[in-house]
Design a protein. Structure first.
Length: 192
């Protein structure tokens, strides 16, 4: 049995087009044999992240794998809390030697896989996990907010808006529930 537990929802505050505050969401994926954390939020939300882990009954030292959707600072601000976890990020993000470079779409646990969803950055990656008969996609900033998805707008920060929209399309095709880079999970309302 796999369950998805939002740890912190994160937030993105804009003033017009300008981003004035950004903290990523962080999400636990609890499977029968491993504890996986997707993104670690920003350093400013460290207390919230620790509280959220505690509410889920998980100590930072119990986290087996940290998947980083990309390496912007508002997603990796608490990586130091997980010194012994296996860490994964796409090779295009130039992750350095303490983080394993992912080069293809991998199955990392039963019912769980990584999906390259570039556009926000070259190495943006989503995590796909089946839980409670639904497919969850932890999208990172491939879908920065629910509003991007509802209005079908690519992330404001992007390397290629067309590529970003085609990644959003891939996410829409597989997801029942999307966990955006910033904010609460929401239903994708994909057509079946
Ligand atoms: Zn980002």
């Amino acid at each position: 049995m796999t369950s998805i537990v939002p740890v912190v929802p994160g937030l993105l505050r804009r003033d017009g087009q300008r981003i004035v505050e950004a903290h990523s969401s962080a999400t636990l994926i609890l499977t029968s044999d491993s504890i996986i954390l997707v993104d670690t939020s920003s350093h400013e939300l460290r207390a919230g992240l620790l509280d959220g882990l505690k509410r889920a009954g998980i100590a930072p030292s119990q986290v087996d794998i940290v998947v980083l959707t990309h390496l912007h600072h508002d997603h990796i601000g608490n990586l130091d809390l997980f010194p012994s976890a296996r860490k994964l990020a796409r090779v295009e993000e130039s992750p350095g030697k303490s983080i394993e470079a992912v080069t293809s779409d991998l199955d990392i646990a039963p019912g769980m896989s990584l999906m390259h969803t570039p556009g926000h950055t070259r190495g943006s990656m989503s995590v796909v996990a089946r839980a409670d008969d639904a497919v969850y996609v932890m999208a990172g900033d491939a879908v920065p907010t629910r509003s991007n998805y509802d209005k079908w707008l690519p992330p404001g920060i992007n390397i290629d808006p067309g590529l970003a929209l085609s990644s959003m399309g891939r996410i829409r095709r597989v997801a029942d529930v999307i966990v955006p880079g910033h904010g609460e999970p929401f239903p994708s309302r994909r057509e079946r």
